[in-house]
Each structure stands twice: as C-alpha cells, then as structure tokens.
Design a protein around this ligand. Structure first.
Ligand code: 3UK
Length: 509
C-alpha cells in the first residue's frame, strides 16, 4: 500500500515530529499558515480513511472523486483514499460542471469529497453522489471534519496488491477531451524513486513548494509524494500567483520549486524584489521551456533550470537534466529507470537529427480507461506521448512540438515553440502562442498570438518589427506571416497553452 510506504513507515521510523505539510492560505487569511507534522498528517489520514470505509460505506476498489485547492486536508484525503484501498479520482478545482460530468461518468465515481467552496458546481452535475464537504461547510452540507471528529483510532491499512489501481488521473486537456489514465500502488512509489532521487537528488532537509494542483500528477508528485518519500516537507499554496509564490519561497525558505514555464517567466521579472537565497533547485515542466525563459530565470536567480518532460500517462517526469547534464535547448536524457526513443511514421527508430514521435518505456506506463486509446498509444509497453522530438549525436532529447501541432506551411515543417522562443526574446513580448492557420495557398501559415509587456501598444509597425525580429534569428521562412495581439492567451489550469483554442479563434488582425 503506497500510503503506508510514504507515511506510516516514516512515522514508525521516528520521523513523526518533523514537519510534513504547510498550508499557506490566500486572501483575508494570508499569513495564517498551518503546519502538520508527519504524525499529525497520519492522524488526519487515518480519520478520513475511517470515514470513507465506515460512515460512507465504501469498499476496496470504489472510486472517490476529490476536488479542492491545494491544502493539507486535500493531500490527507488523497492519501486516505490510497490507504483505504480505494481509487482516487482527483479533479482540477477550475473544472466546470460539463467537464466534471464527463469525468464522473467515465470514472464511475462512488463518492465525492469536495472543498466546501467548490461544492456549488457539483449541483449541476447529474448522477454524481452527494458530496461530503471539507473546509468550512455551510449549513445543509455534510461536513467531513464533523465525521472525522468521531474517529481517533489508528486505521489499519487495506492490504492492497502492488498492481491494484489507486489513482485515475485525467489529462489536463490540451486538446479539450480529458483522458482517464489508471495507475497502480507500485507506480506511485516508482515515480518517487526515479526523478526525485536521480535527477533532483532531494533529501530530508528540502522544502518543496510550487503551483501545480494536486489533481495534476506534476503537483501530486512534486508537492506530496516526493517530499514524503524523502522525509522532507512541502508548502501548499491555495491560490498561487507569481508574487504569492515568490513571497512564500522567501517566508518559508523553500529549497525546491515546481512550476510551469509561464510562471517562471513572470517570476523572473519580479525576482529582484525577493530574497530567494534558499532556493537550490527549480523544476520546469508541463510545456516546453523556451531558451529565453531559461535565460531570464538564470539571470534573475543564478539558478540553472531543471527542465523535465512528464505526462499523466507516465505519472511524472521521464526525460530531464540537472546540474552539469543541462544542455540549454534540450530537455535532457531519460531519467534512470526509463528508456526513450524516437520513431518514424511506421514505428521504426530514427537516427540522430531526425524529428519523429517520442516513445517511452519505464516502470509506470498507464492503462487508459478507453480501449481505443490503449491500442493506439501503448505498443509493446512503449507509450507514445504525442510529442515530436529529435535526438542529438550525444543522446540528448530535443523537443520540437506536439505531434499534431507541427505547422506545415508550403511544404516546410515548422515547430511553433521555436518561433515562440524567438518572439519571447523581444522586449515588447510578454507571452505568445504560435499556430498554423489554414491557408488556401500554403496549406497553413504561421500565426503568432502575442501578449505585450506593460507599456507597449499593438500597432502594425510593431507587428512588422516582430516579424523582422524573428527572421533575424531563425530561418526566415518560419516567421509569422500573421500577428494577432491579444490581452491574454487561453491556458489550462496546468499552465499549458491551448493551441486548439487559438486555432478556433478568428484570423489575423
Ligand atoms: C507536454 C512538455 C516539452 C508534452 C506532466 C510533469 O505535463 C504533464 O502531463 P500532461 O499529461 O501533459 C503531457 C504533455 O505535456 N510537456 C510536459 N512537460 C514538457 N513539453 N517540455 C516539457 N518539459 O507535450 C507532454 O506529452 O498534462 C509534467 C510531470 C507530470 C505530468 N503529468
């Protein structure tokens, strides 16, 4: 049982009095941080496990939908579901009724634990069980804490098998349709023994912090499973913004930070106002790390970014580089435990310098809830990630784009992220997203959606300047023939640009 390995063993080994999780509140309660030790976390987990198996009447294998901002109680609920032999179905706090209905239906959930403030959205979801609410429930809501108060005895963990499913994680939906991926108890432990040990080299004195929701396996690993596995502590931020994250790093003296490239971009600009001297390692994942962002972060903090590609299918990061292995422009090499290769359209490996489809194999590949997906994306234990990658002569893996996002214009293959990277070097550009817009003559044309830095205004002249700026850096045929100025870009809650939404929006200005 993975929860026992992560938590009960630590307490039994005398680690009980060490801090495990700190909840950093937002809004009016800012500053009222609470910290649970390992022993206190175990107590909360056991109480919730009793509630699940007792009053809620659940039996091993039942599925529990979880919903809430990153807080110690949500973390305890996830561990309790594991410990009780149930299956956690964590959902992103920003999901709306329509998306929740799809998840609840596909995962066939038997119970719901939901933060009181987010319960309203569930009223509109047909067929989900009535939620048990936590964190200041309102009159009429069933209160998890009230039920927990009646149980103070230790909970005897369910005797699960290594290959019992404990987690159904849904992808964050860069393409709009969330896909359910099933993971075993042993997978949860496997990720803890790969990236954090070999690449991050985390230890008990680390303090983890970051933004990804616990419902996103990037956050579940980085902010809960990894810290517990190495005996360290984590700070969970309820409503992170770049400023709040920087302030929390300073206040708690965090050493390891996990977030996505967009956050690092904004944090780099604000970093001089904070004391970030405690930070030792920062991890970027979720989407490609532009060179311009890597450089801005390094200039602001002196830290070399650890880039890592992970996927919900694989649970966590499987290609990365840290320290002297870092090669700007490349994601890195397979994390020990994983193998990776690049395949052509027919499934044959290609040589260095050729762009193809990334395939990975390791201790964690998933079972999809949908059979067709399993058939098309998992071949002989190798997971196709949907990414176009290339390997250099030294075996470093270089990201190009999502396979379906590759732009084909007048016969040329153009990777949007390369054009984005060029644009981000321009001082007027804060954020950008580059897509292929259908075009009668060229098939597709490169179109850049650009959010300007404060103090810059959209104009045809600036659009031309940006086009010339790109042509001066990369092969001129890649320049954006169309430039659209935007106030903001559509992103998932996990920080990923939603290119499909840019493609849906009307054409160029
Ligand atoms: C993209 C990256 C370039 C890539 C994730 C760390 O992102 C995670 O999982 P998802 O299922 O998406 C997977 C896809 O996201 N991607 C992620 N990281 C990178 N592209 N460089 C990167 N460093 O397209 C991948 O196929 O939402 C990330 C840990 C756990 C995760 N679930």
């Amino acid at each position: 049982n993975c929860a026992v390995e992560l938590l009960d063993r630590a307490v039994a080994a005398g680690h009980g009095a060490r801090p495990a999780l700190t909840g950093a509140r937002a809004g009016a309660n800012a500053g009222a941080d609470t910290t649970w030790t390992y022993a206190q976390l175990l107590d909360q987990v056991d109480r919730i496990a009793h509630v699940l198996r007792g009053p809620l009447g659940l039996v091993p294998g039942n599925r529990v939908l979880l919903r809430g901002a990153n807080t110690p109680l949500l973390a305890a609920a996830i561990l309790a579901v594991f410990k009780a032999g149930l299956v956690a179905v964590p959902t992103m706090p920003l999901l709306r009724a329509r998306e929740l209905a799809v998840i609840a239906e596909r995962a066939r959930v038997d119970a719901v634990l939901c933060a009181a403030s987010l319960c309203g959205e569930l009223d509109n979801v047909p067929g989900v069980p009535r939620p048990v609410c936590f964190g200041a429930p309102e009159p009429g809501q069933e209160s998890l804490e009230a039920l927990m108060a009646c149980h103070d005895a230790p909970f005897a963990a369910c005797d699960t098998a290594a290959i019992d499913v404990c987690l159904i994680a849904f992808t964050s939906g860069t393409t709009g349709v969330p896909k359910g991926t099933m993971h075993f108890h042993r997978d949860v432990l496997a990720i803890c023994d790969c990236f954090p040990r070999h690449t991050l080299r985390a230890g008990p004195d680390d303090l983890f912090i970051g933004t990804p929701p616990l419902a996103f396996t990037f956050g579940l690993g980085g902010l809960l499973l990894f810290p517990l596995r190495v005996g360290a502590a984590a700070v969970l931020l309820e409503k992170p913004t770049p400023e709040l994250l920087l302030a929390a790093i300073e206040r708690h003296r965090a050493t390891v930070c996990f977030t996505a490239p967009t956050f690092y971009r904004q944090m780099a600009a604000l970093a001089p106002r904070f004391d970030l001297s405690s930070l030792a390692r920062t991890v970027s994942a979720g989407e490609a790390l532009p060179l311009a962002t890597r450089q801005a972060w390094q200039d602001a903090t002196g830290l070399r970014m650890i880039d890592g590609i992970g996927a919900t299918e694989m649970l966590h990061i499987f290609i990365a580089a840290a320290g002297d292995d870092i090669r700007p422009g490349a994601t890195g090499k397979p994390v020990p435990g994983y193998r990776a290769c690049i395949l052509d359209g027919a499934g044959k490996p290609v040589g260095p310098g050729v762009v193809g489809r990334l395939a990975v194999k390791g201790p964690t590949g998933c079972r999809y809830l949908a059979d067709e997906r399993q058939r098309d994306y998992v071949v002989d234990g190798w997971n196709l990630t949907g990414d176009a990658y290339e390997m250099d002569a030294d075996g470093y893996f270089i990201y190009r784009s999502r396979t379906d996002d590759m732009i084909i214009s007048a016969g040329y293959n153009i990777a949007g992220p390369e054009v984005e990277d060029a644009l981000l070097r321009h001082p007027a550009v804060a954020e950008c997203g580059v897509i292929g817009r259908p075009d009668a003559e060229r098939g597709q044309v490169v179109e850049a959606h650009v959010v300007l830095q404060p103090g810059h205004a959209p104009s045809p002249e600036l659009a031309c300047q940006l086009q010339e700026f790109v042509k001066a850096q990369i092969a001129p045929y890649k320049y954006p023939r169309s430039v659209v100025f935007a106030q903001s870009l559509p992103r998932t809650q996990t920080g990923k640009l939603q290119r499909f939404r840019l493609r849906e929006q009307g054409g160029a200005a």
